[in-house]
Design a protein around this ligand. Structure first.
Ligand SMILES: Cc1cc2nc3c(=O)[nH]c(=O)nc-3n(C[C@H](O)[C@H](O)[C@H](O)COP(=O)(O)O)c2cc1C
Ligand code: SF4
Length: 552
């Protein structure tokens, strides 16, 4: 080790350069009198894609040169994605944030005394005071970006395992009752009450039951599941173990999309750490409860996010939608009673059990209780994750938090709830984010995806895209979806080309009714939603002079 960098926590910059983001830096204990300054550089995939590893390496090297005593923590993202890589420095007053930081900024940050929170053009002051962050209600994401994702000590210091510790002493039915009281509804899209699902599995008789976490997260513009898996994996695991205790399941699977290699890596490491510490495995923390957890990686089919296709895929088959009944709660994975929940549903369970169902229920409006992690994406100035209680309006999210479009042009359309969700015009953005309020405007909240488009968008093209997406992603089991979507693309092409336009618009609407009513699952059943919303709110885009470029 060179003398120059001997106080740097990452004591060998070259070594650090080779270290993967998932590895914690080499530690060197500092004399008790001179604690290292903790610097947080996210290991989240969004930050990595913007060069976070190179920034961490540059900080370690610069600290070495200056003989500065630092410790680099690779945390999760705070969710302010337009600021990534968002580097934070722990000071007496709290964490001070800088971003977006490039390796070439690092020397200047040291010159500006950033180790003491010094002023710099990239400084945003105390992270907790940044309005985007300060005004959120972080329950599920309370630790994300704050604690070291793979440190049990840090996790516990920030409230981790409080819910599970309590659950280990509770009766299964009481855990289920607490989740029911919370009003938690499935965050994967359908919004089914989680407590009711768990009760069905609890009451089913079987020698083996399973917990399956749906981490396929296929919706366009969504990334909350990934952020939680990378930024606070223990939270999700804690939720899965509690679910296991609640329904009598001793095995769990998490189905993660292959496009999330960092989440897969972090999660595998998290399982290993918790198994070694007996938070997973046999007789958890000396209790009579066992829980084993396995990771399975999907191959990238959107339909494998549909719960029964996911089960087929988990069983090693091609992902095809199953007929219901039987419900997966009765006959699920390998024919056994199975809880299937989204990452955010399970990730919300620890705080519900720790603080009580009533605490969680006190957030939200109507039948939409608690919070949702809204994901702001598309043409938006400040894209990122905003966890808020239901009831916030779409406009508050998009204009308040998001700052409007990135292009600076007027907002024309926003697609909510993924590729099967409706496009709403600017005039509908005062709608509250609430499952029922969205149904009233023929839209859906879904998994909380919010994708913004400015006034250059061509909504006939977007409608065509929705149908085309269905032709590609359909599992092929039923006719309205498999054939209907292909015909849908053809009909939209004829409308755009002004071939028998009015008759074809009528035909398209008719086709949408057939797909909605006749499809076996929500893939074919909801594809008409973006199409009919585009027709309803943006009819002028289907009545422009004939253009041949629709199929581009
Ligand atoms: C085509 C299609 C794709 C889906 N993709 C996902 C997904 O990626 N993640 C997810 O949690 N749910 C997805 N769902 C919803 C699941 O079928 C299921 O409702 C959900 O995993 C149940 O968990 P929850 O009750 O916690 O939401 C999808 C549904 C359909 C029809
Ligand atoms: S609606 Fe589409 S995806 Fe769903 S079962 Fe039918 S063919 Fe498969």
């Amino acid at each position: 080790m060179s003398k120059k960098n001997k106080h740097c926590h990452q004591n060998n910059p070259q070594q650090q350069a080779q270290a993967k983001a998932s590895k914690q830096p080499q530690a060197e204990a500092a004399p008790a009198s001179e604690p290292n300054t903790r610097i947080f550089v996210p290991r989240d995939a969004a930050a990595l894609s913007m060069g976070a590893n190179a920034v961490a390496k540059a900080i370690a090297a610069e600290a070495g040169k200056r003989n500065a005593k630092i410790e680099i923590v690779r945390n999760g993202s705070r969710g302010m994605l337009w600021l990534e890589p968002f580097v934070e420095v722990e000071t007496d007053k709290g964490r001070v944030g800088y971003g977006p930081v490039a390796p070439s900024d690092v020397a200047g940050l040291f010159d500006a005394d950033f180790l003491k929170g010094g002023k710099h053009v990239l400084s945003h002051g105390l992270t907790d005071e940044i309005p985007y962050f300060k005004n959120q209600e972080r329950l599920t994401f309370a630790r994300c970006g704050i604690a070291d994702p793979l440190s049990i000590a840090d996790y516990r210091a920030h409230g981790g395992f409080a819910g599970l510790t309590k659950a280990l002493t509770m009766e299964p039915a009481d855990i289920v009752a607490e989740v029911t009281t919370s009003g938690l509804r499935g965050r994967g899209g359908a919004g089914f009450p989680t407590g009711i699902k768990w009760k069905t599995v609890l009451e089913a008789k079987a020698d083996q039951k399973y917990i399956c976490c749906n981490a396929d997260e296929g919706d366009s513009g969504t990334f909350a599941d990934r952020m939680l898996m990378e930024g606070d994996p223990f939270c999700l695991i804690e939720g899965m173990i509690i679910a296991g205790i609640a329904v009598g399941a001793t095995k769990g699977y998490i189905y993660i999309r292959s496009e999330y290699p960092h989440a897969v890596g972090t999660f595998r490491e998290a399982i290993k750490i918790l198994t070694e510490a007996n938070w997973l495995g046999r007789t958890i923390q000396g209790s009579p409860h066992d829980f084993e957890l396995f990771v399975r990686v999907g191959a990238g089919a959107y339909i494998c996010g549909e719960e029964t296709s996911m089960l087929d895929s988990l069983e090693g088959k091609r992902g095809i939608v199953r007929y219901k009944p039987p419900l997966p709660a009765i006959e699920g994975l390998f024919g056994k009673p199975t809880v299937i929940n989204n990452v955010l549903s399970l990730g919300s369970v620890p705080i519900i059990i720790d603080k009580g169902g009533a605490y969680y229920r006190d957030f939200g409006v109507g039948r939409s209780r608690g919070t949702l992690a809204f994901q702001l994406a598309g043409n938006i100035k400040r894209g990122g994750l905003v966890e808020k209680a239901f009831g916030v309006t779409a406009r508050e999210l998009i204009e308040g938090y998001g700052g409007g479009t990135a292009s600076g042009r007027p907002i024309r359309a926003v697609q909510f709830g993924g590729p099967l969700g409706a496009y709403l015009p600017n005039s509908k953005l005062d709608t509250e984010m609430d499952y029922e309020a969205f149904v009233k405007v023929d839209a859906m909240v879904g998994h909380g995806g919010v994708v913004v488009f400015d006034d250059t968008v061509d909504m006939a093209k977007q409608a065509r895209f929705a149908m085309e997406f269905c032709t590609i992603e359909s599992c092929g089991k039923c006719t309205p979806c498999r054939i209907g979507s292909v015909r849908g693309v053809e009909v939209i092409d004829r409308i755009v080309a002004d071939v028998n336009r009015e008759a074809n618009i009528e035909l398209l609407q008719d086709l949408c009714v057939t797909m909605t009513d006749g499809s076996l699952c929500a893939m074919g059943g909801l594809t008409p939603m973006p199409v009919t919303s585009a027709l309803r709110h943006f009819p002028e885009d289907f009545h422009r002079p004939a253009r041949a470029e629709a199929a581009e």
